[in-house]
Design a protein around this ligand. Sequence first.
Ligand SMILES: Cc1cc2nc3c(=O)[nH]c(=O)nc-3n(C[C@H](O)[C@H](O)[C@H](O)COP(=O)(O)OP(=O)(O)OC[C@H]3O[C@@H](n4cnc5c(N)ncnc54)[C@H](O)[C@@H]3O)c2cc1C
Length: 370
Amino acid sequence: MGGLTGTGPAERTADTQVDVAVVGAGIVGCLTARAVLSRLPGVSVAVVERDAVAAGASRRSAGLHFPRGSSEPVRRMASFSERYYHALKQEDDRLPIRALDTTVLTATTRAHELAERYLPGTLHRTDRLPSGPAGRLRLPEGTGAWRVTGGQYADVAALTQRLAAQLRPAVRFYEGTRTVTIDSGPDHVALGLSSGATLTAAKVLLAPGPWLADPAWRTWTSGLGLRVKKVVALHVERQPRPTDGAIVFEDEDAFLLPVHHRGHWLFSYTCEQWDVPAEGTDHYLTPVELAEARSVLDRFAPDLVPLCTTGRVFCDAYSPDRVPVVGPVDDFQNVIFAGAANGSGYRLAPAIAADAARLLCPTTVPRSHP
Ligand SMILES: Cc1cc2nc3c(=O)[nH]c(=O)nc-3n(C[C@H](O)[C@H](O)[C@H](O)COP(=O)(O)OP(=O)(O)OC[C@H]3O[C@@H](n4cnc5c(N)ncnc54)[C@H](O)[C@@H]3O)c2cc1C
């Protein structure tokens, strides 16, 4: 025990001193806690969450994974994460991750761009267009279809909660507890909690999702050039059939997803409302977003437009180069930020968590347990 601090349980002040403290119990925070423990079993880990496990962006996520990346680092992360989730599902078939037939549509003149973005060997040209929730899609002349292997989607909130439940015997969860201050020093980091307690850790992971402007860390995050964007998806009130798959409109950066466990489809489009803070803002569907999303959908499936009157709205953190950020932010390199996954935080979370765990538990750290 005590892999990082070198202190055994008896020397620690009960539950106020740990090796690694994770701030934020979304998919990134929970997978990082898991990655830390699998790197260094016996290390003491606490997760601090202002609300409840999976109460942030992870609760609203559409949870779609497809094997795509806009750059080489993102493709590397997508590939790692795909293998990770596959192994996780193999370990426990009850996890709410569901393999999905996925079809990508794009102008045939842009097929070469598709081949650059998707992982090698995952695209297969097809003449069979997906029927979708409204029968035949209305596609512009010159649209091509590709079937994609490796697609899946998850109930991200349920998955995060399941992962947290599995972690609980080894990890102390502080829910309903906000991190109010963070003081980093050369040997440890002190977290001031809303409960009045102080939690001391050798290393801290900041996984705050879109809560970038929290006074506890905004001086650090403001230097990263991150921004927060609204993310909107409409619910299409039509029951998916068990065999229905996802349809990705590549050129519009939009997709239709059958959400089998909720009994409806979802239409995600790219909302361009920037600099919407997570904290202190209510996130609702407004007439503007409803009209924007419907006008994109109207091009392909006009019959569905009247079925879209509700949806899910939140926000996510975005980085300047659209590659997630994982790295130290304090002078002593004891506070690691992980996130800004640009609306892809579910599908890239395992890779983000693995990178973060390497920084939190460098392999050179000697294990103090046998
Ligand atoms: C509508 C929508 C659809 C999406 N669809 C997809 C998709 O299809 N595929 C995909 O890959 N991604 C998708 N995303 C993005 C994905 O959901 C996010 O990138 C991901 O959930 C981020 O996870 P996280 O753990 O970094 O953040 P979060 O889940 O937001 O977790 C951060 C946690 O930190 C906590 N916190 C904040 N401040 C404090 C504090 N001071 N003290 C303690 N705790 C604090 C919050 O309460 C929160 O629970 C979607 C997002 C949205 C909103």
